[in-house]
Design a protein around this ligand. Structure first.
Ligand code: ADP
Ligand code: MG
Length: 440
């Protein structure tokens, strides 16, 4: 019963295709206090879940278990199948019919994709492809880190094309599904019909090609499919976490083909984009969330959009559960695990070191009274980070910067906030430094 509820919830969140691939094969085993034990059919699925879905799963479980504040999932591999599957990393993905649009997730559209500097090129290219009748660049190669919107854009293209012309055959597959389907066809000695499936399509999308395993028959097959489609002037869209040239495991000739069309990268998010995404999500929800909360989340959850959305969902679910309005206290409570995981103890020394290093200054420059912009700007940024990331008071921070007055620190903090809003270049540098500090 509980597991059924969790399944319904998670399917609503991740869509049917992902649900079928990753959640359906799981077996609920036991629950002991706040530890929920779940069995996976293979190590491959376990690893994938750990990297991608465990948090979402935990959130769904938590929201179905009102007595528990948090739940931890323990994934185990079914030992009967373990040995067999460890040598064979084929995921247990259910059969797909590339001709149908069952793989398409209609929740991912252009309308709910928030555009900012980091993703504007990818967005523009995706829109162009979705809207033009002629093939303009082939293939479109989208790349960027996890959770930055590649899959979202691919589905948005497919949905837009299907909407304008339901007859067009748009096929979306993950690289794993492509491999799986192909291997299955080889096993059943039916590669002919596998090939035939791709003959009559208009648009082929293959997501996450970094998961193609080392050069083998699958890549060979993909290469041929790819060539046939390009020769017939059919659109191909590919995504990966790296640029074509940086992909390991991929044959040279395939890499060079992927470089032919337009290569568009999605950069890590900036503060502005994160805030925009949060505002957009809130507007589409029934919750009211104060801006201070959104700013707090945009500042704290810098990893990627998926995590950011996850945090917001968690806050909303928590508010619903305890029947309270969303404010900072509630957020800090609901996200204490997430925040703790992100929180590293960062000292004034760390901040001064990173900032001076980044701008090629000496640490003593930051403590000096020099008013030259090349020094005063980094100094102000360092003070700003100290205010944001350490528990120190303004006078304490001032003391660490060569005995400055608390009003100078306050001025620095305000000035940085002002510039962050006005100057995109500045804002980007601030974000880079923030990420460097969080990663150090
Ligand atoms: P990727 O495929 O690059 O790993 P996804 O496309 O799965 O990332 O994005 C992760 C989540 O973040 C999805 O729920 C997606 O809708 C959301 N997302 C990513 N970028 C944006 C954006 N610019 N605007 C709105 N939502 C976004
Ligand atoms: Mg993806």
């Amino acid at each position: 019963m509980l597991w059924d509820n969790v399944c319904n919830k998670i399917q609503a969140q991740i869509g049917e295709a992902e649900f079928k691939s990753w959640i359906k094969p799981l077996v609920f085993k036991s629950i002991d206090n706040d530890i929920v034990c779940i069995e996976c059919p293979s190590l491959f699925i376990k690893n994938w879940l750990e990297a991608n879905l465990v948090r979402t799963l935990e959130n769904c479980l938590t929201s179905c278990l009102p007595d528990l504040k948090t739940v931890h999932i323990k994934l185990i591999v079914n030992s009967n199948r373990k040995n067999k599957e460890e040598n064979n990393t084929t995921p247990a993905i259910p059969a797909t019919d590339p001709g149908s649009s069952q793989n398409l997730d209609t929740r991912y559209t252009f309308d709910n994709f928030v555009v900012g500097k980091p993703n504007e090129l990818a967005y523009a290219a995706a829109q162009k492809i979705a809207e033009s009748q002629k093939v303009q660049f082939n293939p479109l190669f989208l790349y960027g880190g996890v959770g930055l919107g590649k899959t979202h854009l691919m589905h948005a293209i497919a949905n837009r094309i299907k909407q304008a012309n339901p007859k067009r055959r748009v096929v979306y597959l993950s690289a794993e599904q492509f491999m799986y389907e192909f291997i299955k066809a080889i096993r059943s000695k039916d590669t002919m019909s596998f090939k035939a499936q791709f003959r009559n399509i208009d648009v082929l999308m293959v997501d996450d090609v970094q998961f193609f395993s080392t050069a083998n028959a699958t890549q060979e097959e993909f290469f041929h499919t790819f060539n046939v489609l390009i020769d017939n002037n059919k659109q191909i869209i590919i995504s990966a976490d790296k640029s074509p040239s940086d992909l390991e495991n991929i044959e040279e000739r395939l890499k060079s083909r992927m470089n032919w069309g337009l290569v568009a990268d999605i950069h890590p998010t900036t503060y502005e984009l994160r805030l925009g995404i949060l505002q957009n999500k809130v507007e589409r929800s029934e919750y009211s969330v104060p801006n201070t909360v959104l700013e707090f989340l945009a500042c704290k959850i810098t990893s990627n959009v998926r995590e950011l959305e996850g945090a917001l969902n968690r806050v909303m679910a928590h508010a619903e559960l305890v029947g309270k309005d969303i404010d900072l206290d509630l957020v800090i409570y609901a996200l204490k695990d997430v925040l703790k995981a992100q929180e590293k103890i960062i000292t004034v020394g760390d901040i001064q070191e990173r900032v001076s290093e980044y701008y090629g200054l000496k640490r003593s420059d930051l403590k000096s009274a020099c008013r030259r912009k090349s020094i005063s700007r980094p100094r102000q940024m360092a003070m700003y980070f100290c205010k944001q990331m350490t528990p120190m008071s303004l006078p304490e921070i001032g003391r660490e910067f060569g005995g400055k007055d608390h009003t100078s620190v306050l001025y620095a903090v305000n000035n940085v906030e002002k510039l962050r809003k006005l100057d995109p270049h500045f804002s980007q540098e601030l974000d880079t430094l923030l990420r460097m500090l969080n990663a150090s």
